[in-house]
Design a protein around this ligand. Structure first.
Ligand SMILES: [Zn+2]
Length: 137
């Protein structure tokens, strides 16, 4: 697998296992979902403030109630591929014990939240059924 970042800041993953197959996957952006509970909400706020101050990211709303496939309260941080190498290492060192899902946006929500996902901290059980239902409709 090789990763090439082109001028449009789009990451292309070429899976070279089967060169006969048309299998280029395009990543148009990434989400980091930062999970928290009542005890870790202040920590999550601190991490959020730092992300907003240091990086070119879009901070999503706080979701105290469960939403989509997410099993805990969380907020979303969206960023373009050219920010990945800045945002993710920073989160590795500064997540303060929070569990974080990082996933690409390739247009396939189910795969992006399962096979394509990256976790910092504990891997939580997502409601993938929720995404599979969206895929059908
Ligand atoms: Zn997401």
């Amino acid at each position: 697998m090789c990763i090439v970042i082109n001028k449009a800041a789009v990451v292309r993953l070429e899976l070279r296992a089967n060169p006969m197959k048309e299998d280029t996957i395009e990543i148009t952006g990434f989400h980091a979902h930062v999970y928290f509970d009542t005890a870790s909400r202040d920590t999550a706020a601190r991490v959020r403030d730092s992300l907003g101050a240091k990086f070119d990211v879009r901070l999503g709303r706080w979701h105290d109630k469960l939403i989509g496939p997410h099993p805990k309260a969380m907020y979303q941080v969206a960023f373009l591929p050219d920010q990945f190498s800045k945002v993710v290492p920073w989160l590795m060192l500064n997540r303060e014990g929070l569990d974080i899902l990082i996933h690409p946006e390739t247009g396939d929500d189910v795969k992006d939240h399962t096979d394509h996902s990256l976790w910092l901290g504990e891997k939580l059980e997502l409601n993938i059924e929720f995404l599979q239902k969206l895929r059908i409709t």
